[in-house]
Ligand binder design. Sequence first.
Ligand code: 13P
Length: 248
Amino acid sequence: MARQKFIAGNWKMNTTKAVAVELAKGIAKAAPAGVATGIAPPFVYLDAVAQAISGSGVLLGAQDVYFEKSGAFTGEISVDMLKDLGVKFVLAGHSERRHVLMESSELTAKKADAIYAGGLILIHCVGEKLEERDGNQTLEVVQAQLNELTAKMDDPDRLVIAYEPVWAIGTGRTATDAQAQEVHAFIRQAIAKMWNPDFADRVRIQYGGSMKPDNAKGLLGQPDVDGGLIGGAALKADSFLAIVNAGL
Ligand code: 13P
């Protein structure tokens, strides 16, 4: 069955409030129907961005969350707090959280579980480091990260996998169309085994890692590439929208 493409912008620790609002408005104004489009600003701008995109079809996302419901967790943000602001999707296991903030696989698994259980769209990020690719461990690493998904999931529209090879993030070095397709097909097979083939057929698998307007069409044209998770190119409305439009 045809899967609607899903292009999400991960703004990471960038923008100011004014820039965030302007960027969000520019995207909301021109995002085409026919491609699911989302933006994940820094936590502190979620409310302002929610207002800026209100009434458009653009989905509001968060870059992270804590898994507990509430309580003494200084500095953390819960799923319910995000829902309160209109957040529809949340990332878990982004490579920067795994490798820069040193979050464990156990913590990632708990976050993923909380996002899905809270009724939100989970974007579960997986991907190998350069030395793992060079050591032919890519599929093994990706499988181990998929194994973090232990919760019972029955809504394929709320599970998205983002394949983001660490060596391609922010480096300008993109996976080739064939490299992306190979891992995406593996991910879909793995999901079919973990759940069932019908479920796997409906789950969207995004590619992330230096996706730009000039390489988006090729990547998005692969049979198992159902969208993109965009970093640098999501910080300008025109480049982000060019990628979104490549998904039509
Ligand atoms: P870049 O598009 O800047 O490589 O970032 C990708 C990414 O990490 C999105 O989550």
